[in-house]
Design a protein around this ligand. Structure first.
Ligand code: NOJ
Length: 725
């Protein structure tokens, strides 16, 4: 795949970087590897101007706005001996100012183009504010929804996450070989297996087999690297006993050696210092030695590299070659994006924030992310059917609170005044109905909940249909927001039960950063839809779906648990010798809960129906360097326009290492008008069947396999046997 690293522009930038490197002092070199800044959550920006004269500042995080980045850049360039501009970096996670659905929500679109587009717009807005580098995408596989950071990634599946990983990198950096204006560098994080933290507790140890590491957690990084990802962030936690930040095998042998990464690695905030409490480094100097020697090129945040690298070089513990490689990498990327030639940004360029084009993109992205879980036919609430009817809208997230919380985690750069609330969206889309709004209750318990719930019930009982919005506040997922209980918080359960008790049909909208336990409501509500945290245009997107202007087309990218005790739960597990077939007591199961999830990976309803017709597979044998071509016709057999997601799953029946019961290996989203059909072709390459065996050799083994063309991971309507020869 062509990318910024295999281009003549890169070679030219590299040459200029080499020339510059020759002129640099040791302090200036370590300065290029030092990033400064404060927390994204803080407005207390510090400029570290006392560091400028010695060239000790290479990069900043969290400086906001074009005029501010420009003024710091000007001061820095004036004060330093060699005028090397600083890289301004930030956590542009799902939008800079205009906010898009969370990455987890975006993955439910099963349309990587959605993510390419949202990242492209995010890059443009960030660029206009002086940012040249984002700490995104997060391509950590997450199999445990207790982990709050599940909202920042693309779900539980390696193949799907890989496709979104490359889309995000291309969106941020552009598709060309040069970094054009309005594009910023991507940073894939958190390398590696951060999502495998035990118990879903953030920052906790990951202890996993090397096979799982290589087959499940690394491929999304490889996909982003092939797409040209410029940087990678080391994760906080230890992997099998060695913290990622100081893990030479992972940062050098695997990342650079096996995956072919050519950019630079930045630590996470405080990741180097934390090697001490991990019990891996004796003191700060030792931590710097271990991290830098492992391949962690830049430190976020602060002076430890400035303070200790020169001494470590003097002592021969770090070599000049190691230092120069890291500095060259940073400088080359500064040249490549034009920063060295144009260090300042046009201060008039910020006028695109929340512009119509970006808000429309936020709405259309959001419209593809909602996952309809249940519908007894009540949805959509078409104007023809609901004209003149009374619609109760209940829940704090449907009103003003939702303007803030439905932006989701990592939206501190946004502005909730631009969020379209669900109430606002619905009043527009269902203008022929009477919308009766009541708060019901908040997300966390409050003293007056019994009063406000009673008010909501009274108002709702006089309406024809109830739309209830429940879920999480923005701050309940994301970093350091692990939960031990995935049921609804506060008095939301009581609210829903009381609304159901009115006997009026309840449409339950669940807005959260993570999959929650929805078991009590599944069979009692008229419809249930996950709307995640959809960003600035949430109200319009939700209203368009409810009113039937748009048919929901999202599918789950995480298994939805029946109860918290079921997690970690993921569809691509192995079989065990005693699978739960219900034949005898001694099976791998729970006494008190089924092992199947409430809703499986890949599941999602539409207002229409689809049929997969004339499915053909090119052969029932596949050579180890061969491929199979699968063709089919997808037909919209219902009365609404909509989108179907064709999913290709495989199972290698017998292996020298046991293989998952199902693995996604291809998908395509197909948009069809009512009655329309389209042909779809998917390809399965033998290399898609490769895995690491017990000796850590990557192998494709001969033998019997199955494939399924499905509408969900539990759909086995079309099954095909084939053999690898
Ligand atoms: C810590 C987080 O783990 C990381 O994802 C983020 O990019 C940095 N802080 C900077 O805010």
């Amino acid at each position: 795949m062509s990318n910024i690293f295999n281009s003549s522009a890169y070679n030219e930038a590299r040459k200029r970087a080499e020339d510059l490197l020759k002129k640099m002092t040791l302090a200036e070199k370590t300065g290029q590897l030092s990033q400064f800044g404060t927390s994204i959550y803080s407005d207390d920006e510090q400029t570290f101007s006392d560091h400028f004269a010695e060239g000790k500042v290479g990069s900043y995080l969290t400086i906001k706005g074009a005029s501010h980045t420009n003024s710091i850049q000007r001061d820095l360039l004036k004060a330093t001996r060699l005028p090397i501009p600083a890289f301004f970096a930030d956590d542009v996670i799902h939008g800079y100012r205009t906010t898009f659905p969370t990455p987890l929500a975006q993955s439910c679109s099963w349309n990587p183009e959605v993510t390419r587009k949202t990242c492209e717009i995010s890059a443009k807005e960030a660029y206009r504010a002086g940012i040249k580098w984002t700490f995104s995408p997060m391509v950590d596989i997450a199999r445990d929804p207790r982990w709050g950071r599940i909202m920042e990634g693309y779900g539980e599946d390696t193949y799907l996450c890989s496709r979104f990983s490359e889309a995000a990198v291309k969106g941020y950096q552009g598709d060309g070989e040069k970094m054009e204006k309005d594009h910023i560098y991507a940073c894939m994080k958190h390398y590696i297996a951060y999502g495998a933290c035990i118990g879903g507790r953030d920052y906790n140890t990951s202890d996993l087999s090397l096979q799982t590491l290589h087959d499940v957690y690394l491929p999304p990084f490889k996909a982003g690297i092939d797409a040209g990802a410029a940087t990678v962030m080391a994760s906080f936690q230890d992997v099998n006993g060695v913290p990622s930040t100081g893990n030479k095998y992972l940062l050098t042998d695997v990342l650079r050696g096996q995956l072919g990464f050519n950019g630079f690695v930045v630590s996470d905030a405080g990741g180097v210092v934390e090697l001490i409490p991990h019990g891996f480094a004796e003191d700060l100097k030792d931590a710097v030695r271990l991290a830098f020697d492992a391949g962690c090129d830049m430190i976020m945040a602060g002076d430890p590299y400035n303070d200790f690298l020169p001494k470590l070089i003097e002592e021969g513990k770090i070599t000049t070659e190691q230092l120069d490689r890291a500095v060259l990498s940073v400088l080359t990327l500064k040249f490549l994006c034009g920063l060295m030639d144009e260090p300042l940004v046009d201060e008039e360029g910020e006028d695109c924030f929340f512009c119509d084009e970006h808000m429309t993109a936020a709405r259309t992205a959001a419209e593809e992310c909602a996952v309809l879980l249940e519908n007894n036919g009540i949805l959509p609430l078409t104007p023809e059917n609901y004209k003149g009817k009374r619609v109760a809208l209940v829940g704090s997230l449907a009103g003003y609170d939702g303007k803030v919380h439905l932006l989701g985690g990592w939206s501190c750069l946004s502005d909730h005044n631009h969020t379209v609330s669900i109430e606002e969206g619905l009043r527009k889309a269902l203008s022929d109905c009477e919308i009766v709004y009541s708060r019901g209750c908040g997300i966390t318990a409050a003293d007056n909940d019994n009063i406000t719930i009673a008010e909501a019930v009274k108002a709702s009982a006089e309406c024809d249909v109830i739309i209830a919005v429940v879920g999480e506040e923005a701050g309940m997922s994301g970093e350091a927001n692990s939960r031990s209980d995935l049921t609804l918080t506060g008095n939301q359960h009581e609210l829903i039960e009381s609304l159901i008790a009115t006997g009026k049909p309840v449409v339950l909208l669940v807005a959260s950063g993570r999959p929650l336990v929805l078991t009590p409501y599944k069979d009692k509500v008229a419809a249930m839809m996950l709307i995640w945290q959809m960003g600035s245009a949430v109200g319009d997107a939700v209203a368009n779906i409810l009113a039937g202007t748009v048919s929901p087309s999202g599918h789950l990218t995480t298994s939805m648990p029946v109860c918290t005790g079921q997690v970690p739960i993921y569809y691509n597990h192995t079989n065990t010798g005693r699978p739960a077939l219900g034949r005898w007591p001694f099976e791998s199961k729970y006494r008190d809960c089924q092992i199947a999830p409430l809703y499986p990976f890949g599941y999602g309803m539409s207002y229409t129906t689809f049929s997969f017709e004339n499915i053909t597979v090119s052969d029932n044998k596949m050579a180890k360097d061969g491929k199979l071509t699968i063709t089919l016709t997808v037909r919209n057999t219902g009365n609404f326009g909509g989108a179907s997601v064709v999913q290709l799953y495989v199972r290698d029946l017998v292996g020298s290492c046991v293989r998952p019961v199902k693995e996604l290996k291809g998908f395509e989203k197909v948009f069809l008008k009512s009655g329309e059909c389209k042909s779809v072709t998917l390809t399965l390459s033998a290399s898609d069947m490769a895995f690491h065996n017990f000796n850590m050799e990557k192998v494709i083994e001969a033998g019997k396999c199955k494939l399924w063309i499905s509408q969900s991971s539990d759909d086995e309507a079309f099954e095909f046997d084939f053999e690898i020869i």
